[in-house]
Design a binder for this molecule. Structure first.
Ligand SMILES: Nc1ncnc2c1ncn2[C@@H]1O[C@H](COP(=O)(O)OP(=O)(O)OP(=O)(O)O)[C@@H](O)[C@H]1O
Ligand SMILES: [Mg+2]
Length: 237
């Protein structure tokens, strides 16, 4: 949990036009650590992820990845350094097969090649010749994560990976993310399903109106019903 940080976000600001959405977000992610970013709808979670990955250009603050300042770099050069964002809409090419989608992410230097992806996601192997458009929502999510792995991520960023999926599929994806985490990939996770978050995370942040308002280790967070109620409006029994 401690040790070197792979990601250091310091006082990050972002605007959409005149709307000041991120107002000084500061978070860190350690090597091989899984950190969640929680918060209500519209709090700025996706914008934080996009600002780290370069899809939104920050208007202030710093993003340091493996010690280098990457804020404001174009998305492809941030990705090239090993930051892989799997966005909410997943970006699957419907007319390409599962395998073609995976190969789009392929990098020769990645420890994750096709066989590794098929070992973690056996469903993708079964469906390797199917079109991306024929997949269920859960399979599409697995494909999006698999493709990101092919691209050799040092930091995998996931925006609501289990949203709208059936409980049995959610369990499957949680197990797969545990495998990926155990392989040493650092993960920054945005997810509304708190059960999933506490199963996976080492640490949590809560963002509210573009500012981090709370930070806690997983055990502390799980026991703190007051915080969950106050910031997230949920009681986790
Ligand atoms: N492209 C955009 N243009 C203008 N405003 C935007 C844009 N994207 C998001 N916003 C606004 O910025 C704020 C933060 O949005 P963001 O998507 O980061 O929230 P979020 O925490 O991910 O919410 P959710 O839980 O609904 O996914 C919201 O008020 C949202 O309406
Ligand atoms: Mg969002």
């Amino acid at each position: 949990m401690s040790g070197a940080n792979i990601l250091e976000v310091e006082a990050l600001h972002a605007h959409y036009g005149k709307s000041h959405v991120l107002q000084g977000v500061s978070i860190t992610v350690g090597e091989a650590e899984l950190v969640t970013l929680l918060g209500r709808n519209g709090a700025g979670k996706s914008t934080t992820l996009k600002s780290i990955a370069g899809a939104v250009v920050p208007t202030g603050g710093r993003v340091r990845f493996q010690g280098a300042d990457v804020a404001g770099l174009p998305p492809h050069s941030i990705a090239k350094r090993g930051v892989c964002l799997v966005p909410e809409h997943r970006g699957i090419f419907k007319l390409l097969t599962v395998e073609e989608n995976l190969l789009l992410g392929q990098r020769r230097d990645s420890p994750w090649q096709l066989d590794d992806i098929y070992r973690i996601f056996p469903r993708l192997k079964e469906r390797r010749r199917n079109g991306g458009g024929q997949l269920s929502g859960g399979e599409q999510q697995m494909l999006a994560i698999g493709r990101a792995l092919m691209n050799h991520p040092r930091l995998l960023i996931l925006d609501e990976p289990v949203e709208g999926l059936a409980p049995v599929i959610v369990e499957e994806i949680v197990a797969q993310l545990k495998t990926i985490k155990a392989a040493g990939v650092a993960i920054l996770l945005v997810e509304q399903n708190l059960e999933v978050c506490v199963q996976l995370a080492d640490r949590h942040y809560i963002v509210e109106q573009g500012v981090i308002v709370h930070e806690a280790g997983n055990a502390t967070f799980m026991a703190d019903h007051d915080v969950k109620d106050r910031y997230l409006g949920v009681g986790l029994a």
